[in-house]
Ligand binder design. Structure first.
Ligand SMILES: [Zn+2]
Length: 149
């Protein structure tokens, strides 16, 4: 196996090489819907199966249709995996958030609000807010950890 070259790629090749580890196609295969994104948040923060805080049973949690919530299979208690995250209280679809995070990770050099507006198809105001919150999250390791693959 060839040793990894530390040399930086040329300016022209930079865009391509920075995303080759995880392509846009792979992103949409892994997160085809808002629910897929929400399930990932649930998996990482609580686990789809865990000891329920209410009934103390090792139970499976199912996504509740139309809500960003999961219900305990044993007692029906609800869990909101987005509570305390940047997705809480946001009307922006989960997949849009995830894609924005993907862009930040893939490009490494940061993404401007204008770029987010164009790529995500949201208003400038929304793009600015999303970018701002992702930047904050990524500089706060404790909260940013779970977004890492
Ligand atoms: Zn329960």
């Amino acid at each position: 196996m060839e040793p990894r070259k530390r040399k930086r790629p040329s300016k022209a090749g930079q865009k391509e090489s920075s995303v080759q580890s995880y392509s846009v196609r792979e992103f949409f295969a892994e997160f085809p819907t808002d629910d897929a994104c929400l399930i990932r948040v649930m998996e990482v923060r609580y686990g789809l199966r865990h000891v329920c805080g209410k009934c103390k049973t090792g139970a499976t949690f199912h996504k509740i249709t139309g809500r960003r919530a999961f219900a305990c299979a044993a007692c029906g208690d609800h869990i909101y995996p987005c509570a305390g995250t940047i997705f809480e209280d946001s009307r922006t679809p989960m997949q849009t958030w995830f894609y924005a995070i993907y862009l930040f990770i893939a490009t490494r050099h940061g993404v401007s609000a204008k770029e987010l507006q164009r790529t995500l198809g949201v208003t400038y105001k929304t793009a600015w807010r999303i970018g701002h919150q992702i930047r904050d999250m990524m500089t706060e390791p404790a909260r940013g950890n779970w977004t890492e693959r």
